[in-house]
Design a binder for this molecule. Structure first.
Ligand code: ATP
Length: 275
C-alpha cells in the first residue's frame, strides 16, 4: 500500500538557526492511527506542520497522497489533511458555532446539499445542536475544542492531525474524542495525534512514533513501544501507570494498555497471584 504521507530525510531549520528536525523518515499508511510522543521541544509539532504544508522542508521531502508539498499550496493540501490546533483560541475566527462549521465546506466549495449533510453529521456526532448560535469564544474550553474538531470533520479530510487533543478536555470531551477516533478509523481515515497523555495514547492508538531532539527514536506498534524502557527514558517518557504495574507484577512482563485489559486478564486467571 502506498503511504498517504511520507517524509524522506526531512530537515527543518527555523529562521534564527534552530534545527527542529534533523533527518526524519516516516511513512504513514492509509487508515493508520498514530500517536507522536516525545518531550517538549522534540520536534513533534514541527513534523506535523509539514503534513499539510504549513511548513516546508529545509532539506529532504514530504509527499502527501503522491504529491510533493513544495509544489502545492496549504489550501490545497488542507483539504486532504485537516489540522486541529493545540489551542482552540488559535483556530476559531467566526462569531457563531454554525459559521465556524461552515468555513471548511465553503472554502472547499462544497454544494449546499453536501454542506448541510456534513454539518448535520458533525453536529449530531459532537452534540453541538444547542450551541450553534453561540459565539465560540464564550464556550468552555472543552466545547471550544470540540467545535474546532467538528469544523475540521465538517469537510471530511482523508487525514486528521490532532495536536494535543486531550489537553484541557473534561471527561465528556474525552469520551467524545474516543468515539471520533474510532469512527474515523472505522471509516478508513488516517489519524495522527500528538500527545503527552500516555493513558489516552495507550488506549486509543495502534502505532507510536517516539521523537527526541528532532529525530525519530522509535516507530512501532503500541504494545512494543512501552516495553522499550531504555528508549523511553532517553525520550523522557513514562509509560501509563497500568503498564508499569503490569511490568512490575506480571511474571511474564505482559504489556497492559488499559485497566480493562489488566482486570480481564487476571479475572480469567483467578488462581494467578499478582502481588
Ligand atoms: N517558530 C519557531 N521559531 C524558532 N524556533 C522554533 C519555532 N517553533 C518551534 N521552535 C523550536 O523548534 C524545536 C522543536 O519545537 P516543536 O514545537 O516542534 O516541539 P514539540 O515536540 O512539538 O514541543 P511541545 O510538546 O512543547 O509542543 C524547539 O527547540 C522549539 O523551540
Amino acid at each position: 500500500m502506498d503511504p498517504i504521507i511520507q517524509t524522506k530525510n526531512l530537515v527543518h531549520e527555523y529562521k534564527g538557526g534552530v534545527q527542529a528536525l534533523k533527518g526524519v523518515d516516516v511513512s504513514i499508511l492509509p487508515n493508520d492511527l498514530i500517536s507522536i510522543i516525545g518531550q517538549n521541544g522534540s520536534g513533534k509539532t514541527t513534523l506535523v506542520r509539514h503534513f499539510n504544508g504549513l511548513l516546508k522542508p529545509t532539506e529532504g521531502s514530504v509527499v502527501i497522497d503522491g504529491e510533493e508539498t513544495t509544489t502545492k499550496s496549504v489550501g490545497y493540501l488542507s483539504q486532504k489533511v485537516g489540522y486541529v490546533f493545540q489551542n482552540p483560541n488559535h483556530q476559531i475566527f467566526s462569531s457563531t458555532v454554525m459559521d465556524e462549521l461552515k468555513v471548511g465546506p465553503k472554502n472547499f466549495k462544497f454544494s449546499e446539499e453536501k454542506t448541510k449533510e456534513r454539518i448535520e453529521y458533525v453536529v449530531n456526532l459532537l452534540n453541538l445542536g444547542k450551541i450553534l448560535d453561540k459565539h465560540p469564544m464564550t464556550l468552555d474550553y472543552t466545547r471550544k475544542k470540540l467545535v474546532t474538531i467538528a469544523s475540521v470533520l465538517a469537510y471530511a479530510p482523508k487525514v486528521m492531525i490532532l495536536d494535543e487533543p486531550t489537553g484541557g478536555l473534561d471527561e465528556d470531551g474525552r469520551r467524545l474524542l474516543r468515539k471520533i477516533l474510532s469512527l474515523l478509523h472505522e471509516q478508513g481515515n488516517t489519524v495522527v495525534m500528538i500527545s503527552h497523555d500516555m493513558d489516552f495514547v495507550a488506549e486509543n492508538t495502534d502505532r507510536v512514533i517516539v521523537m527526541a531532539e528532532g529525530k525519530v527514536l522509535l516507530d512501532s506498534q503500541i504494545a512494543n513501544v512501552f516495553s522499550e524502557t531504555e528508549i523511553l527514558e532517553k525520550a523522557w517518557i513514562e509509560p501509563p501507570q497500568i503498564t508499569l504495574l503490569g511490568l512490575d507484577v506480571d511474571p511474564e512482563k505482559r504489556i497492559f494498555l488499559s485497566v480493562g485489559d489488566f482486570v480481564s486478564h487476571y479475572k480469567n486467571r483467578s488462581s494467578q497471584k499478582i502481588i
